[in-house]
Ligand binder design. Structure first.
Ligand code: UTP
Length: 291
């Protein structure tokens, strides 16, 4: 069955981005002139996804507004005769069939994904973690969809993380199968040193079969008292195996201050309108202020 649906969990508290997260969801913090969530939707659409469910909660109404029409801006651009800008603005609301549901309490990523059970039904689906941005020529989700369809197994996007940081991520038991592709038979969330199986960790993109919902319903709450998606995927890996894809490109953690800054610098440096000027300024800043 083709993968045509995706879930984007964006209901986390975003405590690492306080105080800004009080007013702006971390998933909506701008990278130059577009919110992080815009890039997620672009990636999903470029991966063949047509139907997207965004999991939100109280205080995240700006996400819904962003993917809706904006009559005031549109009227203004129309009056000024700015046809191109008008078209670009209107197209945001038509990128995909986007619907929203609220996770009433932030009980973990697994709990957020479980909120999508009815929307997904009995088909495979992608999950794009709302605060993980991947800068890559080939959309990571597209590649995961291909791997899912080829192996008929859940597929997770992984990267090597620094050994001293693995305790903040998850750790996967992997065996190489093809270039950049591994079979994975176990995984553990936030491993203690004796539980580390490799330094490969899941960073923000997975494609799962619908049976993950049954597993989420049957496992208990895990690390931090939250329902962990990793725990459910670990159970799936032990039962049937999943595939891991070491994606090329750069991962940006939009849930952290440093991640947001780095994303703005790299996207800013490549930006069509301001890239050249920004690169010149950055060069000067680095040589005059930092060296
Ligand atoms: P994180 O664990 O990074 O989100 O979840 P968090 O809890 O907001 O992080 P802190 O507070 O800064 O430590 C990864 C993604 O899953 C979503 C988040 O919004 C983020 O996009 N999420 C997390 C939910 O939708 N619901 C949850 O209960 C937890």
């Amino acid at each position: 069955m083709k993968v045509r649906k995706a879930v984007i969990p964006a209901a986390g508290l975003g405590t690492r981005m306080l105080p800004a997260a009080k007013a702006v969801p971390k998933e909506m913090m701008p990278i130059v002139d577009k919110p992080a969530m815009h890039y997620q939707i672009e990636e999903a659409v470029a991966s063949g996804i047509t139907d997207i469910l965004i999991i939100t909660n109280r205080g995240k109404e700006s996400i819904e507004d962003y993917f809706d029409y904006s009559p005031e801006y549109e009227r203004h651009l129309e009056m000024k005769g700015k046809a191109e800008e008008l078209e670009a603005l209107r197209s945001i609301a038509n990128m995909a069939n986007i619907t929203f549901i609220r996770q009433k309490e932030a009980k973990g990523l697994g709990h957020a994904v479980l909120c999508a059970k009815e929307f997904i039904g009995n088909e495979p689906f992608a999950v794009l973690y709302g605060d993980d941005l991947i800068e890559s020529d080939t959309p990571t989700t597209k590649k995961l969809v291909e791997i899912y369809e080829k192996y008929q197994k859940g597929a997770v996007g992984v990267s090597l993380v620094l050994p001293e940081l693995i305790h903040k991520y998850c750790s996967l038991k992997v065996e190489a199968v093809e270039e950049r592709i591994f079979s994975c038979t176990d995984m553990v969330e936030k491993p203690s040193p004796d539980k580390v199986m490799s330094y490969y960790s899941i960073l923000g993109r997975v494609v799962m079969p619908p049976e993950i919902f049954g597993i989420l319903e049957s496992i208990g709450y895990g690390y931090g008292g939250e329902l962990q998606l990793t725990d459910a995927m670990g159970e799936l890996a032990r039962r049937k195996g999943v595939m891991a894809y070491d994606f090329p490109g750069t991962h940006h953690d939009m849930g952290s201050k440093l991640g947001l800054l780095k994303a703005n610098v790299t996207y800013g440096a490549k930006h069509g309108e301001i890239g050249e000027e920004f690169r010149a300024w950055l060069k000067k800043f680095v040589s005059e202020e930092l060296l």
